[in-house]
Design a binder for this molecule. Structure first.
Ligand code: NAI
Ligand code: MG
Length: 357
């Protein structure tokens, strides 16, 4: 019998509970089909935790996550909490949980499903075969560097500092090489080494670490060029690794190759196999509680969890294939439907994927 894996489940706010419920059905089906065993524990987080516990990230929620092998998160936030002070905002909990769990990279796959090629703003022939993943550093760079203002002879000046240590670069670069080894063995390291000192250090580390991964084909791409190449030849990328701010921008650009936010999964990883998995979208208060949300982003996040944290590639394949088949058969939630009148709901989409696995 397979070892029991513990999963902390945080449904959150808005459409979070709706999409997470469908993802849990998929997890259950995985147990039946493959003999894996999961123990899920639900915890409060975000707006609902503010209402019930007075804080977005209660200590007991953190403990549930720390005792788990992986975390599945829906989404948090909503207009109800928007005017709260920072410590009582759901988004503050998001930053807090990543930090407390030591997560230093964010993975965003961008996969173009054949039958959804037309939904993108790019030409189908350019998108054909696109299946890439952006690995973004999460803890360093200009977002966390020293920032201040000062008076100068020319008036007030604002300063942001971009800082990286060798260790911060090395841990994420190794992780990206290892991810590439399990995929098509191609890594694009994105920097601005012609201008930035932090990028020159980044590139030095990449070149040194690459010696340990001779089977991975490495290219260095300047960030401005990468922004262009993502639109010109997206299918030629496999794994892209980059620092925090470049990754923030490039991962959103890559996301739009695929068309809809309701399809996008993500993972945040730390050392070892632990990871937090969540859809890229937010709590979508405009459609919450109406059985309208697309659960595929969350279901694909479960597939990512099975693949990355547990190494259950067979189960991950089965989920991803089922999603593709259900889409191929023409089933759509309204966010990805051309003809909205034939769109199906959240629950029906989850049921179809489970039945197809
Ligand atoms: P959003 O992603 O929640 O929604 C943007 C648009 O996409 C909306 O029109 C929504 O209906 C649609 N949409 C999103 N997910 C969908 C799905 N699964 N199926 C179909 N349509 C979907 O972003 P927005 O509106 O900027 O933020 C809403 C709330 O979510 C805010 O409180 C924000 O702070 C929070 N948020 C939370 C995130 C998280 O939990 N990681 C990430 C982004 C936003
Ligand atoms: Mg962003």
């Amino acid at each position: 019998m397979a070892e029991v894996k513990k999963i902390a489940v945080i449904a959150g706010d808005g459409i979070g509970p709706e999409v997470v419920a469908e993802a849990e059905k998929v997890l259950k089906r995985t147990e039946e089909l493959f003999g894996y065993r999961f123990e899920t524990e639900h915890a409060l987080f975000g707006g609902i935790a503010i209402d019930e516990k007075g804080t977005p990230l209660p200590q007991e929620t953190l403990e549930v996550c720390q005792n788990a092998d992986a975390v599945l998160l829906g989404a948090v936030g909503g207009p109800k909490w928007d005017s709260n002070p920072a410590e009582l905002r759901p988004e503050t909990g998001l930053l807090g949980i990543r930090k407390a769990l030591g997560l230093f990279s964010n993975l965003r796959p961008a996969v173009v499903f054949d039958c959804l090629k037309d939904a993108s703003t790019l030409k189908p022939e350019v998108l054909e075969g696109t299946d890439l993943i952006v690995v973004r550093e999460l803890t360093g760079g200009i977002y966390f560097g020293e920032k201040y203002r000062r008076e100068t002879e020319n008036g007030q000046q604002a300063v942001d500092t971009c800082a990286y240590t060798v260790n911060e670069v090395e841990r994420i670069v190794r992780q990206a090489f290892e991810i590439a080894q399990k995929r098509r063995k191609k890594l694009a390291s994105v920097d601005k080494a012609n201008v930035l000192e932090s990028s020159r250090l980044w590139r030095e580390v990449v070149i040194r670490v690459a010696a340990d991964y001779p089977d991975v084909e490495l290219e260095h791409v300047l960030v401005d060029n990468c922004a262009m190449q993502l639109l010109r030849r997206p299918s030629s990328f496999d794994v892209i690794v980059t620092e925090n701010m470049f990754g923030d921008i490039l991962s959103d650009e890559a996301a739009m190759l695929t068309g809809s936010i309701g399809m996008l999964s993500s993972a945040s990883l730390g050392a070892g196999s632990f990871g937090l998995y969540e859809p890229v979208h937010g709590s979508a208060p405009d459609i919450a509680g109406q059985n309208l949300a697309n659960p595929i982003a969350t279901i694909l996040s479960v597939a990512l969890m099975l693949r990355m944290t547990f190494g259950y590639a067979d189960a991950a394949d089965s989920i991803e294939k089922a999603v593709a088949e259900v889409l191929d058969a023409g089933h759509r939630t309204s966010d990805i439907a051309v003809d909205k009148s034939s769109a199906i709901g959240t629950i029906a989409m989850g049921d179809l994927i489970v039945a197809t696995m």
